[in-house]
Every structure is written in structure tokens, then in C-alpha cells.
Write a protein that binds this ligand. Structure first.
Ligand code: G4P
Ligand code: NA
Ligand code: NA
Length: 189
């Protein structure tokens, strides 16, 4: 997606260890106009997919997910990183964080991720795909169906996208970063 790629080149910053900082328009300050355009693009790319629910993980996935849910007029559920004591019918999975080198649990209630749901998962970054693997497990536990996964930015050099596509999952990424070597942003296309 042209507008996103241009914005990444304009405002994205490279950090040690293959990290792309996009705090200016996605992860800290947010640009709702660009966020809306990205959601429109997801709606276009998943137009032929039968979806009844949008899902994400807190925190950074919520903004793009709610934009998509708004356009599709569908509910949006987010997996939580802290288990609320009041959550009923909790489904839990463990996610390994590459950047933090430790695992954490994410949870969602089966009251909102339901059997038979056709789920479109939306998130900001696809890196190693560990968060995505956790989502796949939660969807499976719920007896729901994962019909697609949309990411704003995919870091191709970390291969989470390869794994998901090998599983036969319909993956759409709006900007694909091939390399961040020498702090130079190399984008696909
Ligand atoms: P993985 O899920 O693909 O395996 O990713 P990893 O464990 O490496 O990433 C953990 C967190 O870091 C995730 O956010 C992910 O979105 C984010 N992340 C991964 N690569 C980058 C990057 O290059 N730049 C930025 N800005 N973030 C990256 P999270 O910890 O779940 O946090 P939240 O921001 O959603 O709350
Ligand atoms: Na995220
Ligand atoms: Na993040």
C-alpha cells in the first residue's frame, strides 16, 4: 500500500536488532486518516472472505482492528495480556516474545470468541509470528475458524509470514520490509 510505504520511509526509524520504530503514526501517536485508509485496504483485500468477527491483541492492534470492524460493521474482540479476575469462560494460550525473550499468556473469553465464528485477525506487526500462533490456538480452542490475518507491517526477514502462508492461511500485509540491515529500510516492490 503506497501511502503506508511512503510514510514508513518518511517517519520510520530503524533500531538495533531489526526493529522498526513507527511511533509517529502507529505505536504511540496515531494517524487516524492513514489508519482509515489501511482499514479500507484490508476490506478490499478480504472482500471475498466471509467474516463475522474481527480479532486482535492489545494494545497496538486495537486501533487498526476497530477501524476494520467499523467499516465491516462487525464486532471487534481483543485478546488480553493480563488475565482479568472477572473474565468468564476464559481461553488462555502462551506466546513467546522474541523481543523480550520470555513467554506471556494471552486470554479471551469464549463468550466473545465463539464456536463457529469466522474470524479476521488484524495486528500492527508480523515478525516471527508468535503472537499469530497464539491467536491460531485461541481460535482453535474456541471452535471458531480463522478466515484471514491482516498486518499493517510484515518483517519478511523474520519469517512469521512464511509460516502462516505455509499453514494455508490467507495473509495480507500492507507493507513488507525485506531488510533493516545497516539501518536501511528496504521495502518489497
Ligand atoms: P511476533 O509476535 O511476530 O513473534 O513478534 P515479537 O514477539 O518479536 O514481537 C513482540 C512485540 O513487538 C509485539 O507487540 C509486536 O507487534 C512488536 N514488534 C515486533 N517487531 C516490531 C518492530 O519492528 N517494530 C515495532 N514497533 N514493534 C515490533 P506487543 O509487545 O504485543 O505490543 P503492543 O505494542 O501490541 O502492545
Ligand atoms: Na502488536
Ligand atoms: Na507493538
Amino acid at each position: 500500500m503506497k501511502a503506508l510505504k511512503e510514510r514508513i520511509l518518511q517517519d520510520g526509524k530503524c533500531f538495533e536488532g531489526g526493529i522498526l520504530k513507527v511511533d509517529n503514526f502507529i505505536n504511540h501517536q496515531m494517524d487516524p486518516i492513514l489508519m482509515k485508509s489501511m482499514a479500507v485496504e484490508f476490506v478490499r483485500r478480504f472482500a471475498s472472505t466471509d467474516i463475522n468477527k474481527v480479532m486482535t491483541i492489545e494494545a497496538s492492534g486495537i486501533a487498526p482492528a476497530i477501524m476494520v470492524g467499523y467499516l465491516l460493521e462487525l464486532p471487534v474482540v481483543f485478546a488480553k495480556k493480563k488475565k482479568p479476575s472477572t473474565m468468564e469462560n476464559m481461553l488462555v494460550t502462551s506466546v513467546y516474545s522474541f523481543t523480550k525473550d520470555r513467554s506471556y499468556e494471552v486470554c479471551v473469553s469464549s463468550d466473545y470468541l465463539c464456536k463457529g465464528d469466522k474470524v479476521l485477525f488484524i495486528d500492527d506487526f508480523l515478525a516471527n509470528g508468535n503472537a499469530a500462533k497464539g491467536v491460531i490456538d485461541l481460535v482453535k480452542q474456541a471452535g471458531a475458524e480463522l478466515v484471514g490475518m491482516g498486518f499493517l507491517i510484515e518483517k519478511a526477514f523474520q519469517h512469521g509470514g512464511d509460516y502462516l502462508r505455509e499453514q494455508g492461511i490467507h495473509v495480507e500485509s500492507l507493507a513488507i520490509i525485506e531488510s533493516l540491515d545497516n539501518c536501511e529500510i528496504k521495502m518489497k516492490e
